[in-house]
Ligand binder design. Structure first.
Ligand SMILES: Nc1ncnc2c1ncn2[C@@H]1O[C@H](COP(=O)(O)OP(=O)(O)O)[C@@H](O)[C@H]1O
Ligand SMILES: [Mg+2]
Length: 469
């Protein structure tokens, strides 16, 4: 200790003496250090606290995420008017419009189409207030693109204060609820876009199963089988069998195969994930990959399964060689790698003769059903659905059925000989739609149901005849 400090400590000589005592001085020194450290620690904690409270938290949602559309929908919700200042800064000035057109689509109920406009926050920054928390919203389109779909990457970023971070939980919960409400009673149809599943337009209103009219017992058999499968997961898992079931619906076009699957999905509260195997650019790899990331709770529908069995088509003039899913590619995709997960697959084809028996194996195709030309039973039921409320005594229906009989449309001629003539349920529906308010008109025009014989003339070039889907 220096002279100067000893002098400064002059008035407290006693203390000086004490401090000179090495034992005592050591004790004080340690104590002081401890106190200082404790104080410093507290300080650091407080500083961190303050900093943290001022810190911001971010959530980023990319367009690929299922929550993306929910969040956009939630953001465009009208919300209670905030105070004067808040209302100045929280107004969303930039809106963008998302338009989806709805057509009759696979449900084919009316053939009408409409547009649905949906205002959502545009690109750029916005501030909104939720409860007592302000949330900065930044919607950005990046200049990189999704390699699969070719669409630019897009994100929405929500930022709030750390102290308000629990508001995000609210936001996601509300957004999810909102989406669930909007989709209630609807079926979402996913289709493959590039390497991703994308919803095909807006969720569609469920088609009642009762509106699809199949021959006696067909619907019931399929329904029973699917229900049975859905209730026997334990049985499968317990036996180490992949929990999968496959159905093959075959028959002529316009018999209600696709309609049935969509209605069934609605009834089971499933979505539909649809791949057209004859589609341009569908390859084995793509198919296998898409099947590994099937959207949750959806029926997998592989339309035109025969495409995989047809040898590569002849190249078109422009070099396009058609779909290139192969037979083994389809089988591999159906067998899959991720065993144990629930999967219901529906395969459809208009050409059963082109399929290979190897397809019929548990897990690939467990049940085959022919959905055929319209039978008398179906024609009668369709009549009742359309004209039941005006045709009280069923006399119209009997005349209609007699007329179809007369035309030999149920496969039998007037003289009891096979007519080989049939009509489709789609054609009957078309006739009824044309004569919506006029059952007599439907009877008069029934002759239009007779299929026109198509005799390809020699001059039709190869490839000009397209198989209807
Ligand atoms: N059995 C049926 N019951 C009700 N509507 C049908 C039936 N068959 C066809 N349709 C109608 O005809 C159209 C085409 O049917 P779709 O299901 O696409 O036939 P497919 O898939 O067998 O070619 C749809 O608008 C559908 O509503
Ligand atoms: Mg179809």
């Amino acid at each position: 200790m220096s002279e100067a400090s000893a002098a400064a400590a002059g008035p407290a000589l006693g203390l000086h003496a004490l401090l000179d005592n090495p034992l005592f001085a050591g004790g004080i020194g340690l104590g002081a250090l401890g106190a200082a450290a404790a104080f410093a620690r507290k300080g650091v904690i407080r500083a961190a606290d303050v900093a943290r409270h001022r810190m911001l938290v971010n959530v980023e949602i990319s367009k690929q995420d299922p929550a993306y559309p929910w969040i956009l929908a939630w953001l465009s919700q009208p919300r209670p008017t905030p105070g004067f200042i808040a209302s100045r800064i929280t107004r969303i000035h930039n809106l963008s419009v998302a338009t989806t057109t709805t057509s009759s689509g696979p449900f084919g109920s009316g053939g009408q189409s409409g547009a649905h406009f949906f205002l959502q926050p545009g690109y750029g920054r916005h501030i909104i207030k939720h409860g007592s928390a302000f949330i900065a919203v930044n919607r950005e389109k990046h200049n990189t693109a999704n390699m699969n779909t070719g669409e630019p990457h897009e994100i929405v970023q929500l930022t709030t204060l750390w102290a308000h971070r629990q508001v995000f939980e609210d936001v996601f919960r509300e957004a999810h609820l909102l989406a669930a409400q909007a989709n209630e009673g609807k079926t979402t149809i996913y289709s493959a876009r590039g390497m991703d599943w994308m919803p095909l337009g807006d969720p569609k209103t469920k088609r009642p199963l009762g509106s699809v009219i199949l021959d006696e017992g067909v619907k019931e058999d399929l329904w029973r089988d699917v229900k049975d499968f859905l209730s026997s997961q334990e049985w499968y898992v317990g036996r180490g069998i992949p929990y999968r079931r496959g159905y093959l619906l075959f028959g002529p076009p316009g018999s209600g195969k696709s309609s049935f699957i969509h209605a069934l999905a609605g009834e089971l509260d499933f979505n539909v994930a649809m791949i057209n195997l004859s589609e341009m650019g569908m390859t084995d790899d793509k198919l296998a990959y898409l099947l590994t990331k099937l959207p949750k709770r959806s029926l997998l529908v592989l339309e035109d399964a025969d495409a995989a069995f047809v040898n590569r088509r002849q190249r078109d003039a422009d070099g396009y060689s058609g779909a290139s899913v192969t037979y083994s590619g389809l089988l591999n995709a159906l067998d899959g790698i991720a065993a144990g997960e629930e999967r219901i697959a529906f395969l459809t084809t208009n050409h059963i003769d082109r399929l290979d028996p190897a397809l019929i194996r548990p897990g690939r195709v467990d049940m085959m059903m022919r959905i055929g030309e319209a039978t008398k039973h179906q024609a009668a039921q369709m009549w009742d659905r359309f004209y039941g409320d005006v045709d009280h005594d069923h006399s119209g229906r009997e005349r209609f059925l007699a007329r179809l009989d007369e035309l030999g449309l149920f496969g039998v001629d007037k003289d009891g000989q096979p007519s080989n003539r049939h009509t489709s349920t789609a054609a009957i529906q078309g006739l009824f739609l044309f004569n919506k308010e006029n059952m007599l008109g439907a009877i008069e025009m029934a002759e239009g149901l007779v299929p026109r014989k198509f005799e390809p003339s020699e001059s039709v070039p190869e490839g000009a005849i397209k198989t209807p889907s």
